[in-house]
Design a protein around this ligand. Structure first.
Ligand code: RI2
Length: 319
């Protein structure tokens, strides 16, 4: 698959899920480098590579895993002195990222499972590898669990979730998104993934997550977020907001119906923000933490992000 094809598949959601987007983007960048002709000039190579990274970055705006992954891989490549060194570093860093990202998922699954008591009824939303990994691991640990899975309009990612749960022989109840509050009384805890986590511990995830968290809070049920460290967004330290992706209206209302309703407009934001006070715990590969400790993850695991911010701040002072 070419880089342009990967980018298109991410944009059209054929490739989706915050972690998967990151892994696929990094592997597309690594493979694309092989198609860049060797000139012996590191600057030419880096220019081509930055352009390719830009194409991937422009696909979906919300999942911070994508820019973080590109940055993790590109950071040392940018400092390479020769084209060959740049190519080697890119290859190594990309493979390392893909490997660590999978290892992170395995660790989160085990830690997540340890937080699921035997006999639990879990509600999950959308289709998160990290959340499902924890649920499946709990089942593999011999726990007797049940899941409520939402439909996730308009893309119905819930169908992917119920297929995975069914394949793992986990008793599952499939509900429409608007049934979450009614069903919350039958649920013990909520487990969801994340597309981005801000410095104040707010979680950006599939639209509807904040309603579920609100209903869980009202019913005094725990909300657990499972997320790899590269889903934390260091730029939020500067007050930068996470851009919420809006997708086309015809994902909700067919064009011919919309055309017959000139006074009706459709809004289709695909993510929402759950404030930290509605989240009990964020489980990362580095451990389980309360949401207000998000900054420590940024400092320890995304330190480069902070260095970059500091440089920006210093250059701001000069003006
Ligand atoms: P993992 C997905 O976004 C969902 O919002 C899901 O909760 C999140 O990414 C994290 O998924 P989309 O690509 O990385 O379906 O845990 O819009 O798989």
């Amino acid at each position: 698959m070419t880089l342009a094809e990967t980018a298109e598949k991410i944009k059209t959601m054929e490739i989706r899920g915050a972690g998967k987007i990151a892994r696929e983007a990094v592997s597309a960048l690594r493979d694309h480098a092989e198609t860049i002709p060797r000139t012996g000039d590191v600057k030419t190579f880096l220019r081509e590579l930055e352009y390719a990274a830009g194409v991937l970055l422009a696909t979906r705006p919300t999942a911070v895993s994508l820019p973080n992954a590109i940055q993790i891989v590109m950071r040392d490549v940018r400092n390479a002195k020769t084209e060959e060194a740049a190519r080697c570093i890119l290859n190594d860093k990309a493979n390392q990222f893909i490997w660590s990202s999978r290892t992170a998922l395995d660790r989160i699954s085990v830690m997540g499972a340890n937080h699921i008591p035997n006999g639990s009824v879990i509600m999950t939303h959308c289709n998160s590898k990290a959340a499902l990994g924890s649920i499946i691991e709990a089942k593999n640990q011999g726990k007797d669990i049940e899941v409520y899975a939402t439909e996730v309009r308009p893309w119905n990612q819930g169908r992917l979730t119920i297929k995975t749960l069914n394949d793992n022989k986990i008793p599952t109840t499939y509900i429409v998104d608007s049934a979450v509050r009614s069903m919350m009384k039958d649920v013990d805890l909520v487990i969801v993934g994340a597309d981005a986590i801000t410095v104040n511990g707010a979680v950006v995830n599939k639209i509807g997550t904040s309603q579920i968290a609100l209903a869980a809070h009202e019913a005094r049920k725990n909300v657990i977020v499972t997320a790899e460290t590269y889903k934390f967004a260091p730029r939020t330290i500067l007050g930068e907001l996470i851009q919420i992706e809006e997708r086309p209206q015809n994902e909700i209302l067919p064009d011919e119906i919309a055309a017959s309703l000139p006074f009706v407009k459709v809004k289709n934001p695909v993510f929402d923000v759950t404030p930290a006070e509605y989240i009990d715990m964020i489980i990362t590969e580095a451990g389980a933490l309360p949401p207000h400790l998000a900054y420590t993850i940024m400092r320890e695991y995304l330190g480069w992000g902070l260095d970059e911010l500091q440089n920006q701040f210093l250059s701001m002072e000069k003006h």
